[in-house]
Write a protein that binds this ligand. Structure first.
Ligand SMILES: Cc1cc2nc3c(=O)[nH]c(=O)nc-3n(C[C@H](O)[C@H](O)[C@H](O)COP(=O)(O)OP(=O)(O)OC[C@H]3O[C@@H](n4cnc5c(N)ncnc54)[C@H](O)[C@@H]3O)c2cc1C
Length: 383
């Protein structure tokens, strides 16, 4: 049971209040020093944000994708890193909610909803990102356990989190390759090693790490769905929601850039008038504002289709592609509008400019989104 869209305003108001009082005043310094926002995470737990999309019967808030996307857009417009703390966690939760056995749902979802267990998804490896079927991490059955060996990289929430949805090969010879792939709920324990935290251009404060699995033993009942060979399918099932949330982040960053630019352009004067009165700046603001509206509407359109249970890979792909490119373009325009100050570490502008490019890459690169859109277009419109 999902929330009614009419019930969402008090939730959105509470999120706005939290962001203004407990995130905005600290974001700049935490990001600059790459400090993990532990107190903010605790507050997010209290607010129930780790359970946004988890069904109420399993202890979550049971929010629709539409309401969830609005929350993410708001968060990302203040500090994008914070949205990543719940985004990939909820993709893991979605994999269990959608594909897990009833026992797995009853055991894990309430703990995910409170944030007692939290983390993200472990898919990418040093030699395999877009081509996930090329992963090399293996899980070999040994009695009532599986023994996992391999390396994962770029795994968000893996240093301060304690659990990830881990994609492995249970059969390295299977053809097609995806039939040999499985997804496990992997809690930290012996053999689950965080080898290093990665230094990043942006998206700082949040932990993104390289992981080593060295004879890591996971109980067989942690295999999501209880059947081998469905791992890639489980991951792909979560991608629509994943793309909607990255798209919402893009809309948020684009909006933040517009807000900074609108304010600054009224304060800064050149040749005797505020720069917002120069037509060159007005053209930029006009384009930026239009991108924001279009991005938010595309996100909402994809989320509403998702909520109706309709196939929305094309719509989610369009929203992800457009909203994240808008984030990048608006961040650059915002920097231009700020002139030299846009290049200063004292303003938020340069953070937006460093955060935005991640969105072009994560949850399926924007090259892949356009290919997905085109394939769907052809499939839906046979000649
Ligand atoms: C900050 C950050 C956080 C991340 N967090 C996570 C996480 O929590 N969990 C996780 O599992 N991963 C995570 N990732 C990894 C991310 O999902 C991958 O980087 C992404 O999927 C791309 O994979 P890749 O880097 O291996 O690039 P590649 O797959 O090597 O792609 C390189 C280039 O080739 C293009 N390309 C590849 N194949 C095709 C094709 N068939 N047609 C056209 N173009 C193609 C791509 O679009 C790209 O431009 C994160 C990455 C970053 C940077």
């Amino acid at each position: 049971m999902k929330n009614d869209i009419n019930d969402e305003q008090p939730i959105l108001d509470a999120v706005d209040k939290f962001l203004e009082s407990q995130v905005r005043p600290y974001a700049h310094q935490l990001e600059k020093e790459d400090i993990y926002p532990a107190e903010i995470v605790e507050r997010m737990k209290e607010m129930g944000l780790f359970g946004c999309t988890i069904d109420a019967e399993y202890g979550g808030m049971g929010l629709s994708a539409s309401t969830y996307a609005k929350i993410i857009e708001r968060i990302a417009s203040v500090w994008m890193s914070i949205s990543g703390i719940i985004n990939s966690h909820l993709i893991m939760a979605w994999a269990v909610q959608r594909n897990g056995t009833e026992e797995q749902k009853r055991h894990y979802l309430p703990k995910f909803a409170t944030g007692e267990l939290r983390g993200g998804v472990g898919l990418t490896e040093p030699d395999a990102g877009t081509d996930l079927q090329a992963i090399r991490t293996t899980a070999v059955r040994d009695g009532d356990h599986y023994v996992i060996n391999g390396t994962k990289t770029w795994i968000t929430n893996s240093m301060y989190g304690n659990t990830i949805a881990l994609l492995v090969k249970t059969d390295t010879h299977a053809q097609p390759r995806h039939k040999g792939m499985s997804l496990f709920i992997a809690e930290k324990g012996p053999g689950f090693i965080v080898t290093r935290k990665l230094e990043k251009l942006g998206y700082r404060g949040i932990d993104t790490c390289e992981l080593q699995f060295d004879n890591y033993r996971v109980p067989a009942d942690r295999l999501i769905g209880g059947v081998e060979g469905k791992g890639l399918q489980h991951v792909l099932n979560g991608l629509e929601l994943g793309r909607i949330n990255v798209a919402a982040r893009g809309a948020g960053v684009a909006r933040a850039a517009l807000k900074e630019a609108t304010a600054y352009s009224q304060l800064r004067k050149t040749f005797g008038k505020p720069i917002c009165e120069h037509q060159a700046i007005q053209l930029k603001l006009g384009e930026m504002a239009t991108r924001c509206e279009a991005a938010s509407l595309l996100v909402l359109n994809a989320a509403q289709k998702f909520d109706r249970g309709q196939r929305c890979d094309m719509e989610a792909g369009m929203a992800k592609y457009f909203a994240t490119e808008s984030a990048m373009e608006n961040a650059l325009e915002c920097m231009r509008i700020h002139g030299g100050y846009g290049y200063s570490k004292e303003f938020n502008v340069e953070r937006l400019y460093r955060d935005a490019p991640l969105l072009l890459i994560g949850e399926g690169t924007n090259e892949m989104q356009r290919i997905i859109i085109a394939k769907q277009l052809i499939e839906r419109n046979p000649a």
